[in-house]
Design a protein around this ligand. Sequence first.
Ligand code: DQA
Length: 140
Amino acid sequence: MKLIIINGPNLNLLGTREKDIYGAASFDDFFVKMQFMYRELELHLYQSNIEGNLIDKIQEAATSFDGIILNAAAYTHTSVGIGDAVRAIETPVVEVHISNTFAREEFRHNSHIAPFAKGVIIGFGLQSYELAIQSFLIES
Ligand code: DQA
């Protein structure tokens, strides 16, 4: 099974960014660990700070991956375009967030993606991504 993690803006700064909220671990180190732990899967990673690039990648991934794990970060709360991209494709998308967005500012309570996602995993730190990976395994 081929899965891709698509990370949105500022998630390239994990490990140094607001460590009290997002933790001190670098995403690249975590990702290598996931690739090792789930070596029966083909796990890919894409990160961009640019909304259009994320939309391009979602469209592209729809024809080349079995599932998408999407943390659109701040664009989750603002981007109709990313929501529409998820709505347009058949490939299952699991929305993830590191922090519990519902325990934070009100503007983070809204998601343009969630209505079109297969499911949403929020607030478990980087483990949110691992739970998303496992959700695809449970199904197969
Ligand atoms: C985030 C939550 C968003 O509200 C925020 O803008 C992020 C990260 C999370 O993973 O907790 O950049 O998506």
